[in-house]
Design a protein around this ligand. Structure first.
Ligand code: UFG
Length: 326
C-alpha cells in the first residue's frame, strides 16, 4: 500500500477489477487502506504479511483466487540501499523469488513487475530506450535489474508465464481526491515530498542539489510522470499480457525532461506560495539529466501519459494541504 500501489489499487478497483493487497506495512499504514477504500467503487481486500513469507503469500493467493499479480513490494531509497545492501537484496531479490514460488504453488503466471529507469545507469545516449545498456550504479538499481533477469530466465524456462517489467521514471503527483499521495516515513529523499515538507513547515527550505550541471538552468532534469498515469500503465500492461506470453520490458515515462527549478516554479504557481530554497552541492550519484523514450509502451500497450505538469503540481498541492491537517 505504498505510494504507487495505493494509486494503482484504486484505479484497478474503479476499472472493475477485484483487488487484494498483500503488504507488510513497512512503509505505509492501515489508515491508507481506509482512504483507498473511500475512493474505490468496490471493497479492497487486505492481508498483512511479508513477501518473504512464501507460505502465507501462497495461501493468500489461493484463498483470494488471485489471477494476476502486480509486484511493487520493494524497498526504494537509493542512498539507503548503499548503507544496507543486504536488507535490500533480501527484501527486493529474495522477496521476488519468494513471490514467484508462491505464484507457482498457486498456479498463477501473470505478473507485472515494478522496475525502474535506474537500471540504465549513466546514459550512453538519451532518451533512454528499452535497448539502452543496463549498468545500474547502486544496490537498489542492481536489485531491480537482477529481478528483471530472474523473470526473463523464468519466462524462457516456462513459456506459460506472462510478465511485464515496467521501468518507471520519476513518479510524482497524487490522486485527484487529495486523499492519497506520497507519504514517506522519516526524512524524504525525493524532490516532491521534500517540497511538501517545506510547505508544511517541517523543513525550512529546499536544498537544490547543484545548479552547475550542463542543463539550461544548471539544475538536474528528470522525466516526471503523474502517478495516475503510471497506474494506467499497469492497467494497460495487465490487459495486454492476457494474450502475450513471455517477459516484456516497457519504459513508463512522459518523454519530457523538466528541471528542478521548472518543477519548483510550477508548484509555486499551483500553490500560490513561494518556496524558499538554497543551492547546495551536488548529491553524490545524481545524473545531470535523463528521460524516457516511451514509444514502445504507446505502440504496444496503447498507453501514454495524459497529465500535464500543472496536473502534477495541482494534485500534489491538494495532497500536501490535506496531509497538513492530519
Ligand atoms: N533534488 C534536489 N533536492 C532534493 C531532492 C532532489 O535538488 O531535496 C533534485 C535531484 O538532485 C534531482 C531531482 O531533484 O535532480 C530529482 O531527484 P529525486 O530524488 O526526486 O529523484 P531521482 O531522479 O534521484 O531518483 C528517482 C527515484 C529512484 C529511481 C530514479 C530513477 O528516487 O527510486 O528516480 O527513475 F530509481
Amino acid at each position: 500500500m505504498g505510494y504507487i500501489g495505493s494509486h494503482t489499487a484504486v484505479l484497478l478497483a474503479n476499472s472493475g477489477h477485484r483487488v487484494h493487497i498483500y503488504d507488510n506495512l513497512c512503509n505505509s499504514n492501515v489508515g491508507t487502506l481506509e482512504r483507498i477504500q473511500k475512493i474505490s467503487s468496490q471493497k479492497i481486500g487486505f492481508t498483512e504479511g511479508d513477501i518473504r513469507d512464501t507460505e502465507k503469500l501462497t495461501n493468500a493467493l489461493r484463498d483470494e483466487k488471485i489471477e494476476a499479480v502486480i509486484h511493487l513490494a520493494g524497498l526504494k531509497a537509493v542512498g539507503e540501499s548503499s548503507q544496507k545492501p543486504i536488507e535490500y537484496y533480501a527484501n527486493n531479490v529474495q522477496g521476488s523469488i519468494s513471490l514467484i514460488q508462491a505464484m507457482q504453488a498457486a498456479g498463477i503466471n501473470t505478473l507485472v513487475f515494478s522496475s525502474s529507469a535506474t537500471v540504465y545507469g549513466d546514459p550512453v545516449y538519451l532518451p533512454y530506450d528499452e535497448d539502452h545498456p543496463t549498468k545500474p550504479t547502486n544496490p537498489y538499481g542492481r536489485n531491480k535489474l537482477q529481478v528483471e533477469e530472474i523473470l526473463r530466465d523464468l519466462s524462457v524456462s516456462d513459456k506459460a508465464w506472462k510478465i511485464a517489467c515496467l521501468r518507471y521514471f520519476n513518479p510524482v503527483g497524487a490522486h485527484e481526491s487529495g486523499l492519497i499521495g506520497e507519504d514517506p516515513n522519516g526524512i524524504p529523499n525525493n524532490l516532491m515530498p521534500v517540497i511538501g515538507q517545506v510547505v508544511n513547515g517541517k523543513l525550512l527550505s529546499l536544498s537544490i542539489f547543484g545548479d552547475d550541471y550542463d542543463t539550461p538552468d544548471g539544475t538536474g532534469k528528470r522525466d516526471y510522470i503523474h502517478v495516475m498515469d503510471l497506474a494506467e500503465g499497469h492497467l494497460a500492461a495487465l490487459s495486454w499480457l492476457g494474450s502475450n506470453p513471455g517477459c516484456h520490458t516497457f519504459n513508463l515515462g512522459s518523454g519530457d525532461s523538466i528541471s528542478v527549478l521548472d518543477l519548483l516554479h510550477h508548484f509555486e504557481q499551483a500553490s500560490g506560495q513561494k518556496i524558499p530554497y538554497q543551492v547546495v552541492g551536488r548529491r553524490p550519484g545524481d545524473l545531470p539529466e535523463y528521460y524516457a523514450k516511451a514509444d514502445k509502451a504507446e505502440k504496444v500497450l496503447g498507453w501514454k501519459t495524459q497529465k500535464k505538469l500543472s496536473d502534477i503540481c495541482n494534485s500534489s498541492w491538494l495532497w500536501i494541504k490535506n496531509s497538513r491537517q492530519n
